[in-house]
Structures are given as C-alpha cells and as structure tokens.
Design a protein around this ligand. Structure first.
Ligand code: GAF
Length: 368
C-alpha cells in the first residue's frame, strides 16, 4: 500500500473531491530516442496509471498531497503565479499550472491528491503520466478549451520548461492518446498518429530491472546535443531527414556522432518495418527488429546498462519470446518483450527469477 493511502481526500482537505482523472504509464515497443529527432515511435499504454482527485478552491492557493511520498511530506502548498522549481514531485503540479497560465488559460487554485502506480525511474513514463492526468483533471475541473494534441504538447513543455528534463513528445502523447491493446504509431514531427492493434498471436511483457534512471541528469541531455550536432554537420534540419543513402556519410563524423546518427536513422526504419509487420501479422519479422533495436541502443547509442542487457539475453533464451529490447530513455529502467499469446506471465516470471539469481537485484514484472 502507498505510504499515504489512508489519507483520503476528505481527511486531507475537509471536503470531497469533485473531479477524478487518470493517465496510464506507457511502454515503447520500438522507436527509441527518435522523438527529439523528429522521427517515429510506437508506444502502448500499460495497465499501471496515475490518478488525481481534485477540487477547485475559489482562491489562488494550490494544496497538493502525494500518497507515494506519504504523510511525512504532508500537504505542500503554493500560490498561483509564485511557482518556484526545485520542490521535487511538486514541480510537476507547479509546472502544469505555470505552463497553462503562460498559454493563456484561466483557472483558480485547487486541492489535489495524487496517487501513482507507475514506478518512478522505470522507463515507463511516470512523469508524463502525472503531467497528463493533472492536465486532464484541470481541463475537466475548469472546463479549459484544451484539445488533445495540445494537451500532450503542454505535458512536454512542463518537463522542458519547468522540471528541467529535455525530453521529447512521445511520452505525453502516449499517456494521453494510447489506449487498450493498440500501439500508437506516432510521427513526432507532424504529430499525426494512428492506432495499430497487436496481432492475435502476441502479447507484451514488461519487466523493470530495478535500476533507476533520471532524465533530468546529464546523459540524456548529452545524447540530444550529440544528435543536434550530428544533424548540423550533416546539413539536415533533424536526423529524421536522413535516408539510407546517407549511411556511408555517417562514418566521416567524429565519434560518437556517427554512431548516434546511425542509431536514429536505422531505428526510424525499424519502427516503419515493425508497423508493417504488425499490420500484416508477420510475427517472424518482429523479433529481429526488436533485437536489432536493442543492439543499436547498446552499441551505437550507448544507453543500455549490463542489467538490462542481461534481461534481454534471458528473454532471448525463451522459446516463446519473439523479441525483446530496452524500452524508454535507458541508463536503467525496463525491457519490453513480445511473447506468444498466453505465455507472457510464465515467461516473465522465469526471466525475473533468473535475473535475480544472476544479478542479485529484484526484477518486477509489470505486464502481463
Ligand atoms: C524518455 C523521453 F521522455 C522520451 O521523450 C524519449 O526520448 C525516450 O526517453 C527515448 O525514446 O522516455
């Protein structure tokens, strides 16, 4: 149970909530580190979600409580217009109110209680799930005229402009627009998207390595800067604009820029090929694409860690697993695998047990 689960909204704030909003975490099937290069991604929603209960107050104060942090942190407060970064989880609430106000939306203060099932630092988008469900809750509570794609883009702005994480647009788009069993095929440049159902023969498996990452930290930022520099040297607006014909040119770039660009170029192509394989039910094509994506993240983009490589290798040894790869920003987090329908739960348990034995760490199976 969450540390603060006993502290109900009514106990905390003295009146019942008026609005309840939720947003799921996401797992990315393929298309990693392509979103800030204008490329393609293919995320899905996971069953774990973040929830906000909310009630307008009629003044300019925001009072917020997170059951994940618990009673110790208590109810935190700020006044609209006086948002100051550096207050941990409260930055997401402050960032949302600041960004909404900057965009011209009008609303008043509110009480909010936050609960999240999405593990932090797991590569499953706990931050975007929080941004999106706060935005959904406020949209409903104050009848804000905020259409769907704009809501997701504002979620990204919260991260970029207030929290200080230079992330792309994939996660808020996925947390807001992916649903149920379908993957969200998203062009991160045009923001056009399409839902692509998984074929009947496969089911997703998601296992958290227990190694936590932090995207506000340097490595993610460095990768982004390397991509921008590579695009500049290659004379294209973004790495998305490269084609296969450019591959030989990448060798002329200083290391590691050539490798970074090669990852992005080949990963974009793998997303398109995966979408095609899902559409045509070509299950045999999925595995090699996922493993190639993992190898590219490990060797060219250098965002994997030994624990994640171990989980992927263990998955590779399972006969009912079609493919597996690191999912999310990397430097820890989770793997995603596709298993034959009906085998996911047992396969995941075996992988998690073998991982614990070998690494001494605890892996958590999140899906199925
Ligand atoms: C993190 C970021 F938030 C996304 O925008 C994306 O770049 C991802 O890492 C890597 O694909 O989840």
């Amino acid at each position: 149970m969450d540390a603060g689960a006993a502290a109900t909204f009514e106990k905390l704030f003295g009146h019942p909530a008026r609005v309840v909003a939720r947003a799921p975490g996401r797992v990315n099937l393929i298309g990693e580190h392509t979103d800030y290069n204008g490329g393609f991604v293919l995320p899905m929603a996971i069953p774990q979600y973040t929830q906000v209960e909310l009630r307008p107050r009629g003044d300019r104060t925001v009072r917020a409580f997170s059951t994940n942090v618990g009673e110790q942190a208590g109810v935190q407060e700020f006044v609209l217009g006086q948002e100051t970064p550096g207050r941990g989880w409260l930055d997401y609430v402050q960032g949302v109110t600041l960004v909404l106000r900057r965009e011209g939306f009008t609303f008043e203060g509110f009480d909010v209680r936050i609960t999240s099932q999405v593990p932090v630092g797991s590569g499953l988008s706990s931050s975007a799930a929080l941004d999106v469900c706060l935005l959904r809750g406020l949209r409903e509570a104050f009848s804000l005229p905020l259409e769907d794609v704009r809501l997701a883009v504002l979620g990204q702005k919260v991260e970029n402009d207030f929290v200080g994480a230079p992330v792309g647009v994939m996660d808020p788009m996925a947390c807001h627009l992916a649903d149920g069993g379908a993957a969200l095929f998203l062009d991160t440049r045009s923001l056009s998207y399409e839902r692509v159902p998984l074929p009947a023969g496969v089911e997703p498996v998601v296992i958290n390595s227990g190694v936590a990452h932090n995207h506000a930290a340097g490595d993610y930022r460095t990768r982004r800067a390397e991509c921008e520099r590579a695009a500049e040297l290659l004379g294209v607006p973004q790495l998305r604009d490269l084609t296969e014909a450019d591959l030989p040119r990448l060798n002329a770039l200083p290391d590691p820029l050539g490798r970074r660009a090669r990852h992005v170029l080949t990963e974009d192509a793998r997303v398109l090929a995966t979408v095609e394989a899902l559409r045509t039910g070509d299950l045999a094509a999925l595995g090699p694409l996922m493993y190639a994506s993992h190898a590219s993240q490990r060797d060219d983009y250098q965002v994997s860690v030994p624990e994640i490589d171990m989980l992927v290798e263990l998955a590779l040894n399972e006969k009912d697993v079609l493919g597996a790869r690191l999912t999310g920003g990397g430097f820890g987090g989770s793997i995603v695998a596709l298993a034959r329908t009906g085998t996911g739960a047992s396969v995941a348990q075996r992988i998690a047990q073998a991982y614990s034995k070998r690494s001494g760490r605890t892996a958590t199976v999140l899906v199925p």
